[in-house]
Design a protein around this ligand. Structure first.
Ligand SMILES: [Mn+2]
Length: 300
């Protein structure tokens, strides 16, 4: 069985109890095993209640976030870096309190288009800061999964290879890559090869189409991706991520440039995505078996 998750923004960008409950029920009833939430402010959301509902439904949970400009840990301003470190610590605490183990997203730099190239000093500041957060995250049982995003959303980690170099520099054992097929489709020379090359450091995977809508209706090479995931023995979550103007999170919709309506019916979308991912992985497994099995041509 494949472990398939869904980002809560497929359901709603709201964080009222009613909206969260609806997102949980929809996730569960369509057969998804994990729900991913963008960072939720514990001052606004009853985290204890939410953790209880997640557990009652037998779901897993992940939290994702992107650092804001005022919390950019590549900054030369120590106050900005300290703010970013505190934001990351709060997110780690939320993952722990909500019953999860994975913090994902853009954790090493600000999320958004930058006007300047990253400097060596910026890289080093980020590595040193994230290593400290990782140390504390370890005692909370939380891994940090660095989302590799395209050039328009960060000036830091745009390819899996860059992410591997960053992880090496942190020296931390609980820092991994969070790969996303939408971003990889833009930046990687070969998405399948990139997955194979990063195999032992992949911690989390987003499945998204090139226009962020229905899977299979854009230009992402899902055959190559599912083949690679099967080849590396990936047995952890792949999470469906899709955005449309039908559901708008003020901050994230602007940063990810969601200007078009790719769908209105989120139930139809999510049902299709689950079937698409499950069948894609199953087909890749059958292919892998076929090319390694030598059923005889000889009759008895
Ligand atoms: Mn993503």
């Amino acid at each position: 069985m494949s472990k398939i998750g869904v980002h809560s923004f497929v359901w709603s960008a709201g964080s009222s109890r009613e909206e969260l409950e609806k997102a949980l029920i929809s996730t569960h009833s369509l057969g998804y095993k994990l729900i991913e939430f963008s960072y939720l402010d514990p001052a606004q959301v009853d985290v204890k209640w939410l953790a209880g509902r997640i557990q009652e439904l037998g779901l897993d949970v992940a939290i994702s976030m992107g650092l804001p400009p005022e919390g950019d840990i590549t900054s030369s301003d120590a106050a900005v870096v300290a703010n970013g470190e505190a934001i990351l610590d709060r997110a780690v605490a939320l993952v722990r309190d909500i019953g999860g183990t994975k913090l994902a997203g853009i954790l090493s730099s600000a999320h958004g288009k930058q006007e300047q190239a990253l400097t060596r000093k910026g890289w080093d500041t980020s590595v040193a800061t994230l290593a400290k957060v990782a140390d504390r995250a370890r005692s909370a049982g939380v891994t940090l999964n660095l989302e590799i995003v395209n050039r328009f959303e960060s000036n830091m980690l745009n390819t899996a290879a860059q992410g591997l170099a960053y992880i090496r520099d942190t020296g931390a054992s609980n820092v991994f890559l969070h790969l996303d097929t939408f971003h990889m489709n833009i930046e990687e020379a070969d998405v399948g090869l990139a997955i194979r090359n990063a195999a032992d450091k992949i911690g989390y995977v987003h499945i998204g189409e090139s226009h962020r809508g229905y899977l299979g209706t854009g230009s992402v090479d899902f055959t190559g991706i599912f083949d690679a995931l099967v080849a590396i023995g990936w047995d952890d979550y792949v999470t469906f991520e899709s955005f449309s103007t039908a559901i708008v999170d003020k901050d994230l919709s602007l940063k990810t440039a969601i200007w078009r309506n790719l769908w209105d019916d989120n139930v139809a979308l999510a049902r299709h995505a689950h079937r698409f991912i499950e069948l894609g992985l199953e087909t890749a497994r059958i292919k892998a078996e076929l090319v390694t099995t030598s059923h005889g041509v000889l009759s008895q």
